[in-house]
Design a protein around this ligand. Structure first.
Ligand code: RIB
Length: 309
């Protein structure tokens, strides 16, 4: 796959993930014994930055961590992955964001995020890096930082005609006006339901949700459908099937997908771009943890070569 050199700016959250593997998620009021515990670097923004860098993009991450050991761990993890952390802020008082994650035996997860320092990423931080955004090929955002910061970033990207990709996670209702400011909006099934009220259990549901998002102003929509693949809706409709892999942990699989999408969008035709994103997402689900599971470009290429399109 011939992808040109791409420069990506990721504006988003950085968390440390406290992950317990469980046989199944507990019911309210129930205590369970976990199988194992690990502490790994995560956060939708930082995950996507690591994925973009491992997939070959020159990547800069804009975020905010605490003045603590978790913040240092995150900064080091990003730098080790080749991400430029020049503009990663340190919050003077708030601790680094955390995510408490339960991963059940079948690979599904439940996540509670405490944003903490992530709340300190503000519109003025984005105004300061306007020239960086203006020179990028794409800006990648999620919804784990203040929405006013997301909005400011989208405004600046549009002002400079830079592709903006909005990952609509974590699930929440956001104003239609915000969706309209992004070039490409990408929710998973749960996020699509939070945005549209449509429960996405089939391809038809996904199509209806995507149509509703477009009617609300989102110019183009890519629905992440997990084991069912991905659905694009814009001036045409494209459905791309998923790659079959042995799922170990789906945490951050969507992050790998969206990063790959931002890298390939406008650089490849839409169908191969969706396939590239599906391959990256699938590989992420085969490895435990968030950032540890973000795939490298050569692994994605091998999977693409193994499975005929
Ligand atoms: O998308 C997965 C991520 O969501 C985790 O790494 C966690 O930190 C939360 O942000």
């Amino acid at each position: 796959m011939n992808l040109p050199e791409r420069e990506i700016v990721v504006v988003g959250s950085a968390n440390i993930d406290l992950v317990t593997r469980v046989h199944r998620c507990p019911k309210p009021g129930e205590s369970l014994i976990g199988r194992s515990f690990m502490t790994v670097t995560g956060g939708k923004g930082a995950n996507q930055a690591v994925a973009a860098a491992r997939l070959g993009a020159k990547t800069t991450f804009i975020g905010c961590v605490g003045h603590d050991a978790f913040g240092a761990m995150q900064r080091q993890g990003l730098a080790d992955a080749g991400v430029d952390v020049t503009y990663l802020k340190t919050h003077p008082t708030e601790p680094t964001g955390t995510a408490v994650i339960l991963v059940a035996d079948e690979g599904q997860n439940a996540i509670v995020v405490t944003p903490a320092a992530n709340s300190g990423l503000l519109p003025e931080d984005i105004i300061e890096i306007e020239p960086l955004i203006a020179g990028a090929d794409a800006v990648l955002l999620q919804l784990e930082i203040p929405l006013i910061t997301v909005e400011k970033t989208l405004d600046i990207a549009r002002k400079h005609s830079v592709l903006s990709v909005l990952d609509a996670g974590p699930a929440q209702a956001v104003p239609a006006a915000l969706l309209a400011k992004a070039d490409l909006v990408s929710p998973n099934e749960t996020e699509a339901e939070a945005l549209t009220g449509i429960a996405v259990a089939s391809l038809d549901d996904a199509r209806r949700a995507a149509e509703q998002l477009r009617a609300a102003g989102a110019p183009e929509v890519v629905m992440k459908l997990g084991a069912r693949g991905a659905l694009y809706l814009g001036d045409e409709e494209i459905y791309a099937t998923a790659f079959k892999v042995e799922v170990v942990d789906t945490t951050a699989a969507g992050d790998a997908f969206t990063a790959a999408l931002a890298l390939a969008w406008n650089a490849l035709p839409k169908r191969p771009a969706l396939r590239f994103a599906n391959a990256a997402g699938a590989l992420a689900a085969t490895v435990p943890g968030a950032q540890p599971s973000m795939p490298h470009r050569d692994a994605v290429q091998r999977l693409l070569d193994q499975v005929a399109s």
